[in-house]
Design a protein around this ligand. Sequence first.
Ligand SMILES: Nc1ncnc2c1ncn2[C@@H]1O[C@H](COP(=O)(O)OP(=O)(O)OP(=O)(O)O)[C@@H](O)[C@H]1O
Length: 336
Amino acid sequence: MELDGPGGGTDGAFIELDRVEKVFDVRKKTGFLKRERRRVRAVDAISFSVARGEMVGYIGPNGAGKSTTIKMLTGILTPSGGRLRVAGIDPSRERTRLAQRIGVVFGQRTTLWWDLPLIDSYRLMHRMYRIPDARYRANLDRCVELLELADLLDVPVRQLSLGQRMRGDIAAALLHDPDVLYLDEPTIGLDVISKARVREFLRDLNAERGTTVLLTTHDLQDIEQLCSRVMVIDHGRLMYDGPLAGLHEAGESERTLVVDLERELPPIEVPGTRVVRVEGPRQWLAFPAAESAAPLVARIADRYPLVDLSVREPDIEAVIAKMYAASAAGAERAVS
Ligand SMILES: Nc1ncnc2c1ncn2[C@@H]1O[C@H](COP(=O)(O)OP(=O)(O)OP(=O)(O)O)[C@@H](O)[C@H]1O
């Protein structure tokens, strides 16, 4: 695969947004024959660029503007202002040409035909995207092998489990060899094993093919395991762009060790943590999210009768709330 092929940005940027806006006009019924017009600024002057081959998390609370951004990046929605390019293409002007370069997976919806066996959806996509036969075969074989789809190809999509359907959807998005993949909540509702499988596949895809990935998720572990960079959007504005650890530092957020002991004990004392809850033999220990859990786990295992242990990530809403609190406190300190 060439590195700066036709349509790549001049400075290596593959996705480029320059003060992009999307304003919706919403009409709300406020009484009999009375309607109020309201403008919703879903995306507010957002600028960022993503280089070819980057894997970037795009996160934010509900209603922040994530889906609206993705829809503009696919050409489904036209921006109200600003400049947007994907692979050098203006998405809303050349949606069909762009479709050959991008793949999209929505965790909450499927692009597969519900009543058809999985393989029939793939055959339809083969024709719709006019994928050359040899390329279709090679991509299908690769996805079937790596996503373990062989036994599922003849099963109607409606009979697949959520995890199986998600793997089927990811394969569907990759049959035409897109340069960029937009993933909207790809692990939502999946069990631990299915999540691990999907993440491993995405990591390999990025490493082997250099596919650029923009990932929207509520699961911070998706970001931690896949993305070296994360962007946070809230109220349509870009609030943070950098490594995940930096986001934790900015928000002073905490992760939690859930520790199962052999028996009930008083709150255990482990430097660098504080016990936030005790329930029978189970204790919850909070520690700074930017720090590694490994030395804490070793210390606990060394000193206490440990049966089981897991690490819980803070949820995105909590991280962002703390980020706001920290910046507000900083502003107050600067004033006083
Ligand atoms: N077609 C539309 N018409 C009017 N308002 C819309 C439309 N689409 C989105 N909005 C509004 O724009 C804002 C951003 O919505 P968007 O769906 O982009 O958020 P999101 O970050 O994807 O949220 P979620 O995590 O809940 O999917 C919200 O206030 C939403 O109500």
